[in-house]
Design a protein around this ligand. Structure first.
Ligand SMILES: *Cc1c(COP(=O)(O)O)cnc(C)c1O
Length: 356
């Protein structure tokens, strides 16, 4: 039986994308070879990278002032590459501490310059998004995490910033429209919402390339990747292909406005159940709730195991909460059908009837 996959990442992808990707592993594009065994410099693969780039530009509204890169190493590598490329020695950058991923970004940035933590919700175990903090205009950039995968909080409005925003969008990239203009750099590990693990999408304003003035190894230098169209070395060939297919799917579904509407509807169904079912409660400030990762606890801790078992019996997978929050986390990324969310809600109702 096909499971309802609520995993936080690697996560659900559209079924049609996986079918096409599986076929390409056997034979790609009538070439008589698998996509896994062709040259990354073949004209057929060139077309894949070109289409992926043009889809990112079209879906996200990035004109040619931005470079669009597809790199290896995950979002975690970008925690270091962002300051390495953008932050000068002795200069400061503003970071907002919204949890584990933000902290990892802060740790790496400290290797390259001065980090000023402008705000933090650590004291409340990251149950809300700090707002209304001052952003120093002499900072090189402001670093934000748009969606906090572990805690289920999401930035619903980006602050007005006097300096370029650098944003880790790993878990909500292309889940909603946004204004490209305010960003200097966006990075996202693909495996949460836009593809499989192995490729990281990096979008950087070209005028910021080389900003740090630092001598960098080639593979760590955004300029080199930009000058070489993400082909300085062998790119993550297959993950990038699957990401291209997922972006094609997203465009065909109507792009960001359509997907946002769908994501809002799915999240509303689940949060409504959490708020009305006496056996469950949400974990974060209502106004900061994530549309991607929905975290909730049983009101009675003894219900945790039996509810897990009931969910499992209904074919639900991946809802165990992160250890730092506990309870449950249902990740409902772009590819998650509303029907699967409804299955989860039905199990919650049934569970309340039997145990309430
Ligand atoms: C998963 C995640 C990361 C880490 O991504 P990797 O690709 O595993 O390095 C970073 N930031 C956020 C917000 C994430 O959800």
């Amino acid at each position: 039986m096909k499971k309802h996959n609520f995993s936080a990442g690697p996560a659900i992808l559209p079924q049609s994308v996986m079918q096409e990707a599986a076929q390409a592993c056997i034979e790609f594009n009538g070439m008589g070879m698998s996509i896994l065994e062709i040259s990354h410099r073949s004209k057929q693969y060139d077309a894949v990278v070109a289409e992926a780039e043009s889809l990112v530009r079209e879906i996200g509204g990035f004109d040619d002032r931005f470079a669009v890169l597809f790199l290896g190493g995950g979002a975690s590598t970008q925690f270091a590459l962002a300051p390495m490329n953008l932050l000068k020695d002795g200069e400061k950058a503003g970071y907002v501490d919204t949890g584990v991923w933000a902290n990892k970004a802060i740790k790496e940035a400290k290797l390259f310059g001065n980090v000023e933590v402008l705000a933090s919700s650590k004291d409340s175990n990251y149950t809300f998004i700090p707002k209304g903090y001052d952003i120093p205009s002499d900072a090189a950039y402001l670093h934000l995490t748009s969606n906090n995968t572990i805690y289920g909080t999401q930035l619903h409005e980006f602050p007005k910033s006097p300096v370029p925003i650098v944003c880790d969008m790993s878990s909500d990239m292309f889940s909603r429209p946004f204004d490209a203009e305010q960003f200097g750099l966006i990075y996202a590990g693909a495996q949460k919402n836009i593809g499989p693990a192995g490729v990281t999408v990096v979008i950087v304003r070209k005028d910021l390339l080389g900003r740090s003035g630092r001598k960098l190894p080639s593979m760590f230098d955004y300029s080199i990747h930009s000058d070489n169209g993400s082909m300085y070395n062998t790119p993550p060939v297959f993950p990038l292909y699957v990401t291209m297919l997922t972006l094609r799917w997203l465009k065909a579904e109507g792009g960001l406005t359509a997907i946002q509407k769908r994501n809002e509807e799915k999240a509303a169904i689940l949060y409504n159940e959490i708020d009305t079912n006496p056996l469950f409660k949400g974990t974060v400030a209502v106004e900061d709730r994530s549309l991607m990762n929905v975290c909730f606890l049983p009101t009675n801790p003894e219900h945790e195991e039996p509810f897990m078992a009931a969910a499992k019996a209904a074919g639900i997978d991946g809802i165990k909460g992160h250890r730092s929050v506990g309870g449950f986390r249902a990740s409902i990324y772009n590819a998650m059908p509303q029907s699967s969310v409804q299955v989860l809600v039905d199990v919650m109702r049934e569970f309340a009837m039997q145990n309430g």
